[in-house]
Design a protein around this ligand. Structure first.
Ligand code: SF4
Ligand code: SF4
Length: 488
């Protein structure tokens, strides 16, 4: 992987924008990031829109995903949200299944399987997630960028707008940015608080829920900051996925790549000559198919030159493929000078479909998912634990029985409220409690106190081991060992 040092016609440097570099500023000998000038100033990206077969497909996928991202919080199965990540109440509903903090192992298996699936997809299809499905790319390229192109006047031509932008256009652009950011903030928060809470927040006065209002305002500002200022920096600097690219990909992974064998040596085309048959354009003898038009650079949203090889800034957005294909069409050369391929294929090696990581990742995922299904099917629907007493003691009653007072913590791990009861199978042991039977909401940790009366004859060496039966209104039936204290 290399870091591009090519010139960047798609970008505007700080100095070009009229902010001349101070002579005192330290200058880096090389370009550190394509989005930074050598003196560290931001190089703003104004990528040219390249229409083509990949853009059409990405656009269709993107608008489908935007609809899906918006609708998912509204989807419910049997009254349970399809996805709800309720961090405040420590309850995670995934695929309408409720995971509680006591399901840490299940969640960990799910999370590791998810990351391994990403590793596997990356090993096979490269950064297809980044270019086609990541919300950052989808919203940036298909919501914010079209607004910018429409109102800043670049109309997809790339580069800094040449004319001064009218005030109303700037105002309209930022109003639209703000509205889209509000919509995104609401969509984002719906995943964490649920649509019902969100609806209440929207319709009632901010003074009735100031904390919620501040959370919403903060999220909106963060969206606005991300998509209007931070932009591609999130992919280049903040997102760890791109940084891991070099270890996740191998020579046979699918990447967007430039065919240097076909394209080099690059060079301008010969001037058109008037011939008897009309205008024809001939490539300069010995030149490759790349005419060094730099359209692939002008269109790149992260400002790199794909001809410098695979770079971690490349988000596989395929814009350079569409740009180059249109140039190849114009100069009547076959498409695909930049294309989806692999490093091995470009270097003339045989493409290997079966590689160690292509076999190992699915195997580990299969083992994890089997463990997940096993753990899920054997999961207890109630978590009950005897709490440690500060003063462990017993009391002899006037009727001769021995009283033990115990405290239990019960968590309903089902996704519906359940009513629980405790009892002893041994009819000699009597249990009383003001707390029983008790109805507990899903995921709600609840403490109960019970009094246990035991005949003294049951105690041996001051102890009696027995088990207490726990039942619920949904057929749950289990026992828990308890130790009762009494006279020697
Ligand atoms: S768009 Fe194609 S022809 Fe033009 S510079 Fe890029 S690789 Fe070369
Ligand atoms: S190099 Fe091509 S595929 Fe990669 S980010 Fe730039 S335009 Fe997109």
């Amino acid at each position: 992987m290399s870091n591009s040092n090519a010139d960047h016609p798609a970008t505007t440097s700080g100095s070009e924008a009229g902010q001349a570099a101070s002579p005192q500023n330290l200058q880096s000998p090389d370009m550190v990031l394509t989005t930074l000038d050598k003196d560290g100033k931001r190089r703003w990206m104004f990528p040219r829109l390249s229409k083509g077969r990949f853009l059409s497909k990405r656009r269709a996928v993107a608008y489908l995903l935007i609809a899906l991202f918006t609708l998912i919080p509204y989807i419910k199965i049997n009254g349970t949200p399809f996805i709800l990540l309720d961090i405040v109440h420590r309850k995670f509903i995934i695929f309408s299944y409720t995971f509680l903090p006591t399901d840490g192992i299940l969640l960990a298996i799910l999370l590791v399987s998810f990351f391994l699936s990403i590793f596997f997809i990356t090993a096979v299809l490269g950064r297809v997630w980044c270019g086609w499905a990541c919300p950052q790319t989808v919203y940036m390229e298909f919501l914010y960028r079209p607004i910018e192109r429409l109102l800043s006047g670049t109309a997809g031509k790339g580069g800094k707008p040449t004319k001064t932008i009218a005030g109303w256009r700037l105002a309209a652009k930022y109003v639209l940015y703000f509205l889209v950011s509000c919509y995104l903030a609401h969509t984002f928060l719906a995943y964490f608080v649920g649509v019902e809470a969100l609806r209440t927040w929207i319709v009632s006065s901010p003074f009735k829920h100031p904390v919620a209002f501040v959370v919403m305002a903060f999220t909106t500002v963060m969206m606005l900051f991300d998509f209007t200022i931070f932009r591609e920096q999130l992919c280049i600097i903040a997102c760890p996925y791109g940084r891991f690219q070099s270890v996740l990909l191998d020579r046979n992974s699918l990447i967007v790549t430039y065919d240097k064998n076909r394209g080099e040596p690059r060079g301008k085309m010969a001037r058109k000559k008037k011939q008897q048959d009309g205008d024809i354009a001939l490539p300069v003898a010995d030149n490759g198919d790349c005419i060094d038009c730099k359209m692939c650079v002008q269109t790149c949203p992260t400002g790199i030159d794909i001809r410098d090889g695979l770079q971690f800034e490349c988000v596989s957005c395929t814009q350079c493929i569409d740009a180059c294909d249109s140039i190849m069409d114009k100069i009547k050369k076959p498409r695909g000078l930049i294309r989806y391929s692999s490093q091995a294929a470009i270097d003339g090696e045989k493409q290997k479909l079966l590689r160690p990581r292509i076999i190992v990742y699915p195997l580990i995922i299969a083992v994890l998912l089997t463990a997940f299904i096993f753990a899920l099917s054997s999961k207890q629907h109630v978590y009950i634990k005897e709490l440690r007493q500060v003063r462990v003691n017993y009391a002899a009653q006037t009727d001769g029985s021995i009283l033990n007072v115990k405290q239990f913590k019960i968590i309903n791990r089902d996704d519906q409220p359940r009513t629980y009861n405790l009892a002893f199978d041994n009819p000699e042991i009597r249990l009383t409690s003001e707390d029983l039977p008790i109805t507990i909401a899903p995921g709600q940790p609840t403490q109960i106190n019970i009094q246990i009366y035991t005949p003294p004859s049951l105690f041996k060496n001051g102890k009696h081991l027995t088990s207490i039966r726990i039942t619920d209104d949904n057929g749950y039936n289990s026992t828990l060992d308890v130790s009762l204290l009494g006279p020697f």
